[in-house]
Each structure stands twice: as structure tokens, then as C-alpha cells.
Design a protein around this ligand. Structure first.
Ligand SMILES: Cc1ncc(COP(=O)(O)O)c(C=O)c1O
Length: 412
């Protein structure tokens, strides 16, 4: 080849090489959001975003597994008291059902944090009964739970064991079995201070356990007791401690509301058996995920056995979901979620207190004074998710009937 032709050839090859490199660089660094390699997730992602974009006026939501129109398309499922195709209509004379709680107040937070917390579930995701290491508990999720308590400063988990359950409801059953003498739930008397939440009532007051009612009535009794302590309490929001004394007394501490959106965190709890739940932490009651933090190895093993025999652990899909949600919480050391949660609760309490102050007939619980919150590093008052109402007039013996007059259905 002549020198001129050689130079021309060299120039062409160099030119092609630069162009190719330019495109490779562009694909790698400039266009990474537009990854052309996405194949099997694309349809699912489009489907998920399409259903999420259905407008329900902020009073409802459409779901992939929810109600559908006659054409088979997902439609809005409206919140209580709202109606219409876009949930914009108010149902006149609708009753507020205040006889149970559903922590949906964090839904807007999760809608703002969709990209960090969305999971893609492949059909082959963890089909096996066990995880790779033969256990039923994701080690990564366990690590996140330790981290979460460390940043929130609400529980000391050092050297303790963690058991996962389908919400604290299942863990409460596991705990009563594990703490009962000879694992026989009928051999120990179970007590809880009143007022306590109906969920605990339903479990403890069932045929499975020897439920003996209010703790105070057994203050001087001797025998085997399992004391159920909820702190802050549902419904009155008070921080509580155990009451019974003695070596035959075992305690289950339900700390469902011991998080900075509901209460000041004055100290990290350090009890033998503590229950926590995703339902009240992130608002995902439907995912059915909770954890117990257990000091004693034998109790931990008994609880694991109960979990294994009752449901063979917690669904792996739920564990993955919890992991991604906790990652979002931990990413800002909890600040974004707890700030949002606290200010939402505070605003609601402000509105509610204003309305209630106009009534001489109904009042609500007195609150604890401000306390220093180790998480927010400032004085905070309680912002509990429940109200403990009282009818002030002597003649209002049936307080539920009074509340029904203003379209409220309360606990019986
Ligand atoms: C005191 C208390 N503990 C636990 C829960 C949540 O139970 P789970 O984790 O089973 O959803 C609630 C929900 O209302 C509650 O009020």
C-alpha cells in the first residue's frame, strides 16, 4: 500500500474507533437510566406505574390485585366515607369507624419514596422453603433491624436474639407459649393492665390461654404469671412499666408505638422480651411483619420452634419488602420518615384537640408532660395514634351511644 493510502486507511480506522468508543461511553455513563437490557421487568414496571397513575382524589387507591371495571381494568378503591369512580364523592351521614386502627397516615410518605422502596419480584425469587443458609430468617434484614434500633435509640439489641413473625400478633402467641411453664399456655396466668387494645384481648382472652384480666387485681397474688405490657399503651398513649414482682413473673413488652412519630424516646428499652412491628413503624400492616427481641436463648429457641410449627417462618416476599422499606428509613437515619410521621400526627392532634375543646360532654386522656427525646434531641410531647375518650356527664352511662349521635362507632 502507498503511504498516502496507508494514512487514509489509518484515519478511517481511528475515526471508526473514536465513534465506537463514544457510543460505548455514552451507553455506559450518559444513558444508564435508559438501559436497553431491561427485558422481563419492563411489562411489570409499566403495569405497576399504570395502576399507580389512576387518580382517586387522594381518597382511595387502585391496585393490581384490586377491584376491576366490567372491562377488567383496575378501578379506585375508596377510603371510608368516600365514593364515586375517582372517590371524590362524600357519603352523607357516613359513620366513622374508630373501633380499630390502620396506620395509613404514612401512605403519602411511601408514595414520595416509591423509587427507593419498590421491589421487583421474579417468579423464581426464593422458591425454596429455606434461605441459602438453611434458616428462615434473612440475615440482611436482621442486620437492618439492629441498625434501625441503634439509630432510633429506642431499644438495646446488643447480644439479643431476633425472631420474625407475621406481625406482633403471631409473635405474641409464640411468646406466651415460650414463657409458659413447660410450654403449656394453660399453666401460667396471663394478665394485662387495662385499658389495653382489643387485639390483645382477642388473643389473650381466647380458649388457648388462662387470661386473668387486669394486672392490678393480681398485684399481691403469688404464682406463675405472664404480664403483657404495652408501652406507649393503646389506647391511652401512656408509657408503662411492668407491675407484678417476683421470680415467677415473666413479661412480654409490646413496643409497637415506641417510635419517634408517636412518642418522645427518653431511653432505649432493655427488656427480656420486646415486640416490634412494621405495621406501626412504616404503616405496612398488610405485609404482616413483626420481630421479637429476646434476651434468653432458651426462650428464643422455643419461639423459633413455635414459628416453625405454625407457619414455617415468615414469607420470603415479606422479608424482602421489609428489607427495602427499612433501607429507605435507614438511608436518612430515620429522619425523613419520622419527621413526616411526627408532623402528620401533630397536625392531626392539633385539629382534633380544637374540635374536642368545643365539647363539654366528651373529653380525652391527659397527656404525659414533654420529655427529652433522645432521637430528635429536643423536648417532645406524645402524639399517639389513639384517643381515649371519656363521656363527662353522669347520665351518659352508655358512652358508645353518645358517640353514635355524632356518627362515631367506638370500641364496645
Ligand atoms: C398495641 C399494639 N400492638 C401491636 C399492633 C399491631 O399488631 P400486628 O403487628 O399484628 O399488626 C397494634 C395494632 O393496632 C397495637 O395497637
Amino acid at each position: 500500500m502507498k503511504p498516502k493510502a496507508q494514512i487514509t486507511m489509518f484515519t478511517v480506522v481511528l475515526g471508526v474507533s473514536i465513534v465506537l468508543n463514544f457510543f460505548s461511553f455514552g451507553r455506559l455513563y450518559l444513558n444508564s437510566d435508559d438501559d436497553p437490557d431491561l427485558t422481563w421487568t419492563e411489562d411489570a414496571a409499566e403495569e405497576a406505574e399504570a395502576v399507580a397513575s389512576i387518580k382517586c382524589s387522594g381518597h382511595g387507591m387502585a391496585f393490581l390485585d384490586g377491584l376491576v371495571s366490567v372491562e377488567g381494568k383496575p378501578v379506585c378503591e375508596c377510603h371510608a366515607c368516600y365514593t364515586g369512580p375517582d372517590c371524590a364523592g362524600v357519603i352523607q351521614g357516613c359513620f366513622i369507624e374508630a373501633d380499630s386502627g390502620d396506620p395509613m397516615f404514612l401512605e403519602p410518605f411511601w408514595m414520595q419514596h416509591a423509587s427507593g422502596s419498590t421491589i421487583v419480584l421474579a417468579p423464581w425469587h426464593r422458591m425454596s422453603y429455606d434461605l441459602g443458609d438453611g434458616s428462615l430468617i434473612s440475615k440482611e434484614l436482621e442486620t437492618r433491624i439492629h441498625k434501625l434500633h441503634e439509630i432510633t435509640k429506642n431499644a438495646n439489641t446488643d447480644g439479643k436474639y431476633i425472631v420474625f413473625g407475621a406481625g406482633s400478633t403471631q409473635l405474641l402467641n409464640a411468646a406466651v407459649h415460650a414463657l409458659s411453664v413447660d410450654n403449656d399456655p394453660a399453666a401460667s396466668r396471663v394478665v394485662a393492665s387495662t385499658p389495653h387494645y382489643p387485639g390483645a384481648d382477642r388473643i389473650l382472652d381466647s380458649d388457648n390461654y388462662d387470661f386473668n384480666g387486669d394486672t392490678y387485681t393480681h398485684k399481691n397474688d403469688i404464682g406463675n404469671f405472664i404480664e403483657f405490657v404495652t408501652s406507649p399503651d393503646n389506647p391511652d398513649g401512656q408509657l408503662r412499666k411492668g407491675i407484678l414482682e417476683g421470680s415467677n413473673v415473666k413479661r412480654i413488652h409490646d413496643f409497637a408505638y415506641y417510635w419517634p412519630h408517636y412518642t418522645a424516646i427518653p431511653y432505649p428499652t432493655d427488656e427480656d422480651l420486646m415486640l416490634f412491628t412494621l405495621s406501626t413503624l412504616t404503616g405496612h400492616g398488610g405485609s404482616r411483619f413483626g420481630w421479637a427481641i429476646v434476651k434468653d436463648k432458651a426462650v428464643y429457641e422455643d419461639m423459633l420452634k413455635y414459628m416453625s410449627l405454625s407457619t414455617y417462618g415468615v414469607s420470603k416476599e415479606t422479608q424482602l419488602r421489609a428489607l427495602k422499606l427499612l433501607d429507605v428509613v435507614i438511608a436518612t437515619a430515620g429522619r425523613e420518615m419520622f419527621d413526616f410521621g411526627y408532623s402528620t400526627m401533630k397536625e392531626r392532634w392539633g385539629k382534633f384537640s380544637k374540635v374536642l375543646s368545643m365539647s363539654k360532654r366528651i373529653s380525652c386522656q391527659q397527656f404525659d408532660p414533654l420529655r427529652f427525646c433522645n432521637y430528635f434531641q429536643e423536648l417532645k410531647g406524645p402524639t399517639p395514634p389513639f384517643v381515649w375518650l371519656k363521656c363527662e356527664r353522669e347520665e351518659d352511662v352508655d358512652c358508645n351511644a353518645v358517640l353514635k349521635l355524632v356518627n362515631m362507632i367506638d370500641w364496645p
